[in-house]
Ligand binder design. Structure first.
Ligand code: PLP
Length: 423
């Protein structure tokens, strides 16, 4: 695509954008001048779909009017509420419906998956992650290792970028897997790295690990709702994600987990259980049924009864994704939007910053991470003052994530203008 730095060009792309009406489905926070912010922080907290309010209010009304009977008699019965999320969520992550369950939060789900898939033995006990991983994942994995009486110094392997590079090469990861093929128990990859925005070649990594009998887990926090995913086909063992970033389901929204079909239907796998993972046919026999019989699907990992008020906005949000035609259609716009941002930043021709996100569109989603060489914090503050919401990661990186549902080409154009003006 031939881009142009001309403002009219940006306006023309917006006019031709088949998804342009979707911006109107979201509440856009305004700056001090009352104008909508240039909101590039959807990788941190996605914006509120306007339809979320009615759905949440419906649940409040059902509670008010029905009390306990809302479990079965509400407009959307609470007892089976999680079922309404399964299919739209499965579409977004490329899974079979039996492989997906919406529950808990991301890090909790990571622990639950590790309880099943990290079963260290004397010879096979190591875990491989990319560096830098999101701190919550690092804490979870280190404490998993300690929980099994092992030492993270021996059991945790990190795949790093080479000297002078910012992203981790796939061959580096594959090389580490091959070299530790006998001792690795789990490979855990953040499909899109939170810091650099790098999209890893998950299928290639998964294929090598699985060849050696190593379990593969994927953290989709920055990938779901951002890039096309095919978890079932990639044959990964498990995945976890949150729903408040690109999925726009609100603060602390209910997260997701994927368990591959070949495990999901296996009732004998060890797990940490609770009553909502139990076969619904015997669930309410309560104390008469002390034997845990897991549901033969990802539901078998569910522990508690579903938090309706934090699932309701997720229902609203998933409906918007379906209405937009799914990830392929969104990604078509996303690649253009981010490509345009990259083009304009390069046009600005600055020596003052470096884009550390890969320029290969196959190796990134919508986020560009901009490493600022001088006074990074000050530049970020100036952007904020000018009505830009993009986040700052210590020590020197500004992350900008234009999303295809509610950002425009003109947002991108204005962002680049403001950034250039403040050099
Ligand atoms: C956002 C994010 C989290 C957050 O975890 P919660 O348990 O939802 O608070 C964890 N891991 C990664 C990679 C993230 O990007």
């Amino acid at each position: 695509m031939q881009f142009s730095a001309d403002e009219n060009f940006a306006l023309r792309l917006d006019g031709e954008d088949p998804l342009r009406s979707f911006r109107g489905k979201f509440h856009l926070p305004a700056g001090e001048n009352g104008q909508p912010l240039i909101y590039f922080a959807g990788n941190s907290l996605g914006l509120m779909p306007k339809s979320a309010r009615r759905i949440v209010e419906q649940e409040l009304d059902d509670w008010a009017q029905l009390g306990v009977d809302a479990h079965l008699d509400a407009e959307t019965p609470w007892y089976s509420y999680h079922q309404t999320l399964r299919e739209p969520m499965a579409r977004l992550v490329g899974a079979q419906p039996v492989e997906v369950i919406c529950m808990n939060s991301l890090t909790v789900n990571l622990h639950l998956m590790m309880a099943t898939f990290y079963r260290p033995t004397k010879s096979r006990f190591k875990i491989l992650m990319e560096d830098p991983a999101f701190p919550s994942d690092t804490y979870a994995i280190k404490t998993q290792i300690v929980h099994h009486g092992l030492d993270p110094k021996e059991a945790l392997l990190l795949a790093r970028s080479r000297e002078g590079e910012f992203t981790v090469r796939t061959e580096e990861i594959i090389d580490l897997i091959e070299k530790n093929a006998e001792t690795l128990a789990v490979v855990l990859i953040g499909a899109v790295n939170f810091f650099t925005g790098q999209l890893f070649d998950v299928p290639a990594i998964a294929a090598v690990a699985r060849k050696h009998g190593i379990a593969v887990g994927v953290d989709l926090a920055h990938a779901v709702g951002n890039v096309p995913l095919s978890l079932h086909e990639w044959n990964v063992d498990f995945a976890v994600w949150c729903s408040y970033k690109y999925l726009n389901a609100g603060p602390g929204a209910v997260a997701g987990a994927f368990v591959h079909e070949r495990h999901a239907t296996n009732k004998n796998l060890p797990r940490l259980a609770g009553w909502f993972g139990n076969d619904p046919n015997t669930r309410f026999r309560m104390h008469l049924e002390p034997e845990f019989i897991p549901v033969a699907s990802a539901d078998g990992w569910q522990i508690s009864n579903p938090p309706i008020f934090s699932m309701a906005p997720l229902r609203a949000s998933l409906a918007v994704f379906d209405e937009a035609g799914g990830m392929e259609r969104l990604c078509e716009k996303s690649r253009k939007l981010t490509g345009y941002l990259e083009f304009l930043l390069k046009q600005a021709g600055s020596e003052r910053f470096t884009i550390i996100t890969p320029n290969d569109t196959e190796a990134r989603g919508c986020q560009l991470s901009i490493l600022v060489h001088e006074h990074p914090k000050e530049l970020h503050q100036k952007l904020e003052a000018a009505g830009v919401k993009a986040d700052f990661r210590e020590p020197n990186v500004i992350r900008a994530a234009p999303t295809p549902l509610y950002n425009t080409f003109h947002d991108v154009w204005r962002f680049a203008q403001i950034l250039s003006a403040h050099q």
